[in-house]
Design a protein around this ligand. Structure first.
Ligand SMILES: [Zn+2]
Length: 422
């Protein structure tokens, strides 16, 4: 009788025991060996005594396990720490052997693909980028373009593909990270494409695929302002509006790969038409194409002869700066909708920090002080300090670096977790 898909539970479940029931894979616990490695990598260089203290383990365990990690070629000893009081031998520190593993991170986008080659310590060894025609592509097109990109990257680094352990890649759209399926992406010509498995087959390497907003969030978590924060959100404003959220130091992905689509949360019932086909999405008020639609009218252009959205937006922005009232109104209105979206993020997740990122951060009307004030006014915070908002106008390289973090994290699990062969 419940055609709506809502089930009614009328009796209390008769299951014995209590507390969450999770399989081992749902609640991963990293072996101590891996925790030691990650602690050293996070510090850059670390004395055994610091590792012992940070992880709350015995000096004996730290010595035994770090010896295993050194023997397996993942850590090495260096005389890197400053000598205390100028006497005795300088203390020995541990650091990651950078060449132990190499990974590639890739950002696929509509005009330019970008890639970085990263070592096991997280250092970028080389980068490459490749322009791409702005139209929807088949998986075969993407494979060819990625092959060219990776060839250019490896040539820049003077390395070969056989030295690489994994590839991380990000693109916009709905991506099922677990299967590598792209449910929908503005870059691809069809729905439900197995891009991850296709890349894996082409390069003979493990490939980890994710939404591009998650890539950027990983970049902040691994290399940026999120390193020392356990709960934060990244909101990206590019062609569309994306979001990534870290909860308890982990990227939150939801259960089916359709979560955190801030751009498609509704801010108006029966509102403006969004490119997803639904109405009233935040994106339909804030994203490029939404602003370009209004810009065409405000600048008196023929709507049937639209220039590219970015050219149109640059003109609109120049007009707004020059005092054109209707141009300003368009940006201000978009900013007000953004404040509504950000207020909802704060109210739902209560993050320590929101990072606003993406190419559109050049349009400062979107995050003007009045937009931030409006955001704060929309939040029921009961006198608590407002959530800080930082603007990070990173380029594509940082996104690609986030993709490399996805691969680094997986390769670390493979080498030091279950797959430990040391
Ligand atoms: Zn939408």
């Amino acid at each position: 009788m419940h055609e709506t898909g809502v089930s009614r539970i009328e009796d209390a479940p008769r299951i014995s025991g209590c507390g969450p029931i999770l399989s081992a894979s749902a609640a991963p616990s990293r072996p101590l060996r891996q925790q030691i490695f990650e602690s050293v990598r996070a510090a850059g260089r670390s004395a055994r005594a610091d590792v012992t203290r940070n992880l709350g383990i015995s000096a004996g365990s730290a010595t035994t396990l770090s010896a295993e990690l050194i023997a397996a070629g993942f850590l090495r000893e260096v005389e890197g720490l400053t000598r205390e009081a100028g006497r005795g031998r300088p203390p020995v520190a541990l650091e990651v052997v950078p060449d132990a593993r190499l990974v590639i991170g890739i950002k696929l986008s509509d005009a330019l693909h970008t890639a970085v080659l990263t070592d096991f310590a997280g250092t970028v060894l080389a980068n490459a980028s490749q322009p791409t025609p702005d139209h929807r592509k088949s998986v075969e097109n993407i494979l060819t373009e990625v092959s060219d990109l990776i060839a250019a990257l490896l040539a820049n680094a003077d390395r070969s593909l056989s030295e690489v352990s994994a590839i991380g890649a990000g693109l916009s759209g709905l991506i099922d990270h677990n299967t590598g399926m792209v449910l929908w992406s503005p870059l691809l010509d069809q729905r439900d494409l197995p891009l991850g498995p296709a890349l894996q087959q082409r390069f003979g390497l493990p490939v980890f695929l994710d939404n591009d907003a998650n890539m950027l969030t990983l970049a902040e978590l691994w290399f940026g302002a999120g390193r020392a924060r356990s709960d934060f959100a990244v909101v990206t404003i590019e062609e569309g509006v994306g979001m990534g959220v870290v909860l308890g130091n982990r990227l939150f992905r939801g259960s089916r790969g359709i979560g955190l689509e801030l751009g498609h949360t509704k801010v108006q019932l029966d509102g403006a038409l969004c490119r997803c086909g639904q109405r009233g999405c935040l994106e339909a008020y804030v994203a490029d194409y939404a602003l370009a639609r209004e810009a065409a009218t405000a600048l008196g252009r023929n709507a049937h002869n639209l220039q590219s959205a970015s050219v149109m937006l640059d003109k609109l922005f120049a007009q707004a700066k020059a005092g054109n009232v209707s141009a300003r109104t368009i940006f201000r209105r978009a900013g007000r909708y953004l404040s509504l979206g950000l207020a909802n993020v704060v109210q739902l997740f209560d993050p320590e920090l929101i990072i606003l990122s993406g190419e559109r951060m050049q349009y400062d009307y979107l995050y003007a002080e009045e937009v931030m004030a409006e955001m704060r006014a929309l939040i029921l915070a009961d006198g608590r300090e407002p959530c800080p908002v930082e603007i990070h106008a990173w380029g594509d390289l940082v996104w690609a670096r986030g993709a490399s973090a996805l691969a680094l994290s997986a390769v670390t699990d493979m080498a030091l977790g279950e797959g430990w062969a040391g």
